[in-house]
Design a protein around this ligand. Structure first.
Ligand code: ATP
Ligand code: MG
Length: 316
């Protein structure tokens, strides 16, 4: 039985029924430190290699000329930060995000517009969205857009040191064009960003109109993947409007933080056919080691696979 099940679900068999199939997939490499996001599960493995998929329209000359108009800006990530974990200093977190990338890329539903949400505020949606988008963009053939659609608690511009506006709200309200609101990250040439934009008086009205689905359709033609940071699932109407034109939802769960009842409610709300998987965020190292097999492995860049003995670790 997984620790997620034990901790969040002691008396809720219906949550178990929904989460368990996700947890019972293939074991994950157990890399961890307390600041790392951990992938506990995504949905089923598939066998088709990404190279067999048809190329999206993002390769077209139209996309090239459109994106040539987008300004390039440098990212300013405050240190220390749980962000962009693909440097040598954060290899454990980096490895986990690469696992998640593989699961997304090889997912049978072939999701391209992916919403990152969670049950509660502060679960790590924005951090996860940034890291997932950045890791996807490291695949050389993937052009990735990260969109901040959480107008009430926009965070991506803060986390990455970018201007908040112009952004998504400005595009949806018609005060600027998508190419004016997009930013290309200087450090990650395949990563594009659309920050939240000028804070709107009524976020629901902006999302509950034709510009959002139309923008999603346009972005689908320009990017291989669009990662959308969103508000919590059950908190406001925004989530439902945001996810409607998207392909799938990744739910972030933080065991020391996410209220069990809200998680159950979220699992009821997220359409089963759209739930791509669950990311377990901010778990201590012992968590995964004891939640799967006592013989757990994690992978370091220089030294190859290393066997972890959880009992020895606890005895230290
Ligand atoms: N894996 C992590 N390691 C360390 N800190 C983290 C991690 N995930 C999130 N945090 C920190 O927790 C806080 C909340 O994270 P984040 O903003 O991503 O949550 P959120 O779910 O988007 O919140 P909100 O509901 O307010 O939008 C931030 O200060 C972030 O730096
Ligand atoms: Mg957020």
């Amino acid at each position: 039985m997984s620790k997620l099940f034990e901790i969040l679900n002691k008396s809720e068999p219906e949550i178990a029924q929904m989460i368990r199939p996700l947890l019972d997939g293939q074991p994950q490499p157990a890399t961890h430190d307390s600041a790392a996001a951990e992938v506990i599960a995504t949905s089923l493995e598939v066998s088709d290699p990404p190279s067999n998929r048809s190329r999206p329209a993002a390769e077209s000359a139209h996309a090239e000329s459109f994106l040539a108009q987008v300004r390039t800006l440098g990212l300013h990530v405050p240190a220390p930060s749980p962000l962009l974990p693909f440097d040598d200093g954060q290899w454990q977190a980096s490895e986990q995000y690469r696992v998640l990338r593989t699961r997304i890329v090889q997912h049978p539903k072939r999701p391209r517009l992916i919403v990152i949400s969670s049950a509660a505020p502060g679960d790590g949606k924005s951090i996860s969205a940034i890291n997932i988008a950045a890791t996807l963009s490291l695949k050389s053939e993937a052009r990735v857009l990260l969109v901040d659609a959480d107008f009430r608690k926009s965070a991506i511009h803060v986390q990455l040191g970018l201007p908040e506006a112009p952004g998504l709200t400005d595009v949806l309200s018609g005060t600027c064009s998508p190419e004016e609101a997009l930013v290309n990250a200087r450090e990650l040439p395949n990563l594009y960003l659309m920050c939240a934009g000028t804070p709107p008086a009524n976020p629901v009205e902006l999302l509950d109109s034709s510009p959002w689905p139309a923008l999603c359709a346009q972005m689908r033609s320009l990017f291989h993947y669009v990662v959308v940071d969103s508000p919590p699932v059950a908190a406001v109407a925004d989530y439902d409007l945001i996810q409607a034109p998207c392909d799938g939802v990744v739910l972030v769960v933080r065991p020391d933080h996410t209220p069990r009842q809200l998680l159950r409610r979220s699992l009821e709300i997220v359409a089963k056919e759209k739930l791509l998987g669950v990311v377990l965020n901010c778990v201590p190292e012992w968590f995964l080691a004891t939640s799967t097999s006592p013989n757990y492995y994690y992978y370091s860049k220089g030294n190859g696979p290393r066997k972890v003995d959880p009992l020895a670790r606890h005895a230290r």
